[in-house]
Design a protein around this ligand. Structure first.
Ligand code: AHR
Length: 335
């Protein structure tokens, strides 16, 4: 696929002048075109922002993997939770003629033009974490998690838990705190969750609302929900940080949760803090989403540097952890 990519790119590298609009975008992060030291492979890394602890772990992983010692000059760009800023940053990196661009996209849509621009300029793009809807033949590969399967795994865990513990009978009321709308992590998890929930005629989704993957929104959105509903059986938050915020809201409103409480709690990511909460019994389960994607990404770039072909898709390995096995695994956690 990459051999194809390179040969087509070579043909398309003709008459490439930038429009005024794009030219304006280029000035966002960098004025003038810097000269990069050729002894290093220059890699631009466009991150989503700093919405969660998962994200910090992911950023840190890239910063500590793409080092000068390994031959890389990494240009880290914080997207500040703005898709527009992410796209502008990519135009800027294209203008600077970096060797590779890695993007962790906030949302799936809106990438077509800038990816085509990178393709035309022969700059390989590696998409990590979340996906984009752009034609995959225009970028090198995608590396990340199967978010849909994560949603399915959450409900499978819940089904087993209810069967084993016989804890809830009759109709079950579920609340879902969704991640950032339009992001693959939200789209995939919500699809997996709702498809499996729909198979249970007596399970009812009371409400499903976005809290943007942040702890602050997790708390405020949950506070609003608690003002409207007093019959919640199950709370599913599409990341651990939103669950931590929701726990504060439930504490504030005197709602008990966890193994010895009224509300069953399930979230995603498997942060170290989630393990602590599973051990104390306030969080029943967390579905793993691995932020440590930099090694795989570096491997891909190293292969491309040597002229090897790479796969179009790489999935990371992920498990499911609960209050039952958290104590056994907490010491092995890396984030
Ligand atoms: O895209 C992965 C998601 O983004 C993680 O679940 C969340 O914590 C992060 O912000």
């Amino acid at each position: 696929m990459n051999l194809l990519f390179f040969s087509f790119s070579a043909i398309l590298l003709v008459g490439c002048s930038f429009s005024d609009e794009k030219e304006e975008a280029y000035t966002l992060l960098q004025r003038g075109i810097p000269q990069y030291d050729n002894q290093y492979v220059t890699v631009g890394f466009i991150q989503t922002g700093k919405e969660s602890d998962w994200r910090d772990a992911n950023t840190n992983d890239f910063l500590t993997t793409f080092t000068k010692e390994k031959g890389y000059n990494l240009l880290y760009i914080n997207g500040n939770s703005s898709s527009e800023r992410q796209v502008k940053a990519m135009y800027d990196l294209i203008r600077q003629r970096v060797d590779y661009i890695i993007i962790d996209p906030i949302v799936e849509d809106g990438w077509d033009d800038v990816i085509k621009e990178a393709y035309d300029k022969d700059i390989p793009i590696i998409v990590t974490d979340r996906k984009i809807t752009t034609d995959p033949s225009l970028y090198t590969c995608w590396i990340g998690s199967d978010f849909y399967m994560e949603g399915i795994k959450a409900i499978e865990w819940l089904e087993n838990y209810l069967e084993e513990t016989n804890s809830k009978d009759g109709n079950l009321n579920i609340v879902i705190l969704e991640g950032t709308k339009g992001s693959s992590a939200e789209l995939g998890r919500t699809a997996g969750l709702t498809e499996k929930i729909a198979l249970h005629p007596n399970w009812n989704i009371l409400t499903s609302r976005s809290a943007n993957f942040t702890q602050g929104d997790g708390q405020t959105v949950m506070e609003d929900i608690l003002l409207e509903y007093d019959d919640i059986d199950i709370l599913i938050a599409e990341n651990d940080n939103m669950m931590f915020g929701a726990m504060k809201a439930m504490d504030r409103y005197g709602v008990s949760y966890g193994v010895n409480g009224d509300v069953i709690t399930i979230s995603f990511d498997c942060l170290y803090e989630a393990f602590e909460k599973m051990i104390e019994g306030t969080l029943q389960a967390s579905i793993e989403c691995n932020p440590l994607l930099a090694d795989l990404t570096e491997n891909v770039i190293s292969n491309l540097q040597q002229g090897f072909e790479v796969e179009p898709i790489y999935y990371s390995e992920e498990g499911v952890f609960s209050y039952k096995n958290a104590a056994q695994y907490i010491d092995q956690r890396k984030y």
